[in-house]
Design a protein around this ligand. Sequence first.
Ligand code: PBE
Length: 268
Amino acid sequence: EAAASIGEQVDYEIIGIDPGAGIMKATAQAIEDYELSDWKLVEGSSAAMTAALDKAIKDEEPVIITGWTPHWMFSKYDLKYLEDPKKIYGEAEEIHTLVRLGLEEDQPEAYQFLDNFMWTSDAMGEIMTAIQEGQDPAEAAKEWAENNTDLVDEWTKDIQPVDGEEFKFSYVAWDSEIASTNLVQYILESRLGYEVTALQVEAGPMWTGVANGDVDATVAAWLPLTHADYMAEFEDKVVDLGPSMEGVKTGLVVPSYVEANSIEDLKG
Ligand code: PBE
């Protein structure tokens, strides 16, 4: 009898996250373009996905998830991306900061800081790991900022603090964006005198909030590919301040012991 295929071993399921995430749309496209008609993409959340990954690794079972970098899972577990020869998950992805129309005139201080804000995967990884190990997200962001005052000084250089003005972010509970949003919130509050609210929503409302001006900014837009649909819909209604991080990535991820190496290996 032939050994069970990877598909049989995982019941032809790819463990996804929240349905509004760009990676879900890319994965639906991958299923189509790699002709994986037997496969289904399971919707859930980032937390449910990492729980499924953790369980599979403890049980030494195969599992396939929608994953991305930066993410603490790559430091906690031995994982690999499945190769994507058709480049369905894109190349040279970045995380962008978006602000509402008119922010530059209304809140030039916050605008300047967000325009300056630019950091690295490794730095984000430090906050993500602290949160994953149980630290409160706001505390983890504060601690990182206190340990990296040179960078925070650079981002806030020559900006005069305001007097308690309100500022609103939207974000999705993706581990990476919990880290970044807590950090920018902490800096606006501790260095620049703002009173910040961070609204945790789904991806659609995250973009709509900035586009209709209910929200001032988000640091959670993944471009050019992951959120391409949202960008196409809202590009005239948001201001794109460009990348806060380069060299990020999304794709299908498996524990290293899984025999498949490419999305093409899922076929058949
Ligand atoms: N992610 C993390 C998001 C963007 C940030 C890759 C899960 C997505 O929309 O797919």
